[in-house]
Design a protein around this ligand. Structure first.
Ligand code: CAA
Length: 260
């Protein structure tokens, strides 16, 4: 898929930051199969591009995304939805190696909330709301919500959100550690870009291994995770960036990271 062919997203580069804006305003950025295919294509292209260090996914002020596209799903049967296995595409977002920041305003519901939780850091506007309302339409979260939300907010809050379908505000999301910062609506994208710029200055190879190690928490026991983290730490000592970073510190100057 060529960039020019994207119908549901906008893609731009701002220095070392690759930005994808979800763009189906008429349906509050409902995450259709086509949109998810485009999103994954754009993120994978950024992942391959050495001039990009950090990515941002954002939506509009009114909606980050109001969930998977209900219109597309309503007539599915167990067998048809299983055979298509469209949610497998979502796993590819999880496999992106560079850091992804979600800049969220308005609705982040259902698959929208799940997509946000697949990102690495979440910045929210004061109007953002996060929720898993699938219970209201007779289903449950299907793109990681039961697993990721529970790990982030704890069992009891996750149960309340998933069983009632009620969303939480940006401030509550901050309280539960889902978002790292809540800012006025006009600033959420700028705030995400500032954070991205800060991260972009770090060694790309260390960022990759750090992200990989943090994510290991999700699919490993603590002992496996600790072992993995240590291995990645040791591995960095064969990078030029480790030599440069430590030398620069001792020489009291800013490091220049090459990503090698
Ligand atoms: N899929 C398809 N269309 C959607 C949609 C979705 N998830 N969410 C909103 N839309 C559409 C509406 O149908 C409406 O279209 P029309 O103008 O053609 O009628 C348009 O977007 C605007 O929406 P509303 O008029 O409903 O706007 P509102 O401000 O009154 O309400 C809302 C906003 C509370 C977000 C409401 O739209 C809503 O409840 N949406 C559905 C949320 C939801 O249930 N998400 C979970 C989806 S299932 C899922 O995500 C499964 C999974 O785990 C991956």
């Amino acid at each position: 898929m060529k960039e020019a062919n994207y119908k549901n997203i906008l893609v731009e580069q701002d220095g070392p930051i690759g930005i994808v804006t979800l763009n189906r305003p008429k349906v509050l950025n409902a995450l259709s199969h086509e949109l998810m295919d485009e999103l994954v294509t754009a993120l994978e292209a950024f992942d391959q591009d050495d001039s990009i260090r950090v990515m941002i996914i954002t939506g509009s002020e009114r909606a980050f995304a109001a969930g998977a596209d209900i219109g597309e799903m309503s007539d599915e049967t167990t067998i048809s939805i299983m055979l298509k296995d469209r949610f497998a595409t979502w796993d590819k977002v999880r496999r992106v190696k560079k850091p992804i920041i979600a800049a969220v305003s308005g609705y982040a519901l259902g698959g929208g909330c799940e997509l946000v939780m697949t990102c690495d850091i979440i910045v929210a506007s004061e109007s953002a709301q996060f929720g898993q309302p699938e219970i209201n339409i007779g289903v449950i979260p299907g793109a990681g919500g039961t697993q990721r939300l529970t790990r982030i907010v704890g069992k009891h809050k996750a149960m309340e959100m998933i069983l009632t379908g009620r969303p939480i505000t940006a401030q509550e999301a901050y309280h539960y550690g889902l978002v790292v910062k809540v800012v006025p609506v006009e600033l959420y994208l700028e705030e995400a870009k500032n954070l991205a710029q800060e991260i972009a200055k770090k060694s790309p190879v260390a960022l990759k291994l750090a992200k990989e190690a943090v994510l290991k928490t999700y699919d490993a026991s603590i002992s496996e995770g600790l072992e993995f983290e240590r291995k990645n730490f040791y591995m960095l000592f064969s990078s030029e960036d480790q030599k440069e970073g430590m030398k620069a510190f001792l020489e009291k100057r800013q490091p220049t990271f090459s990503g090698r």
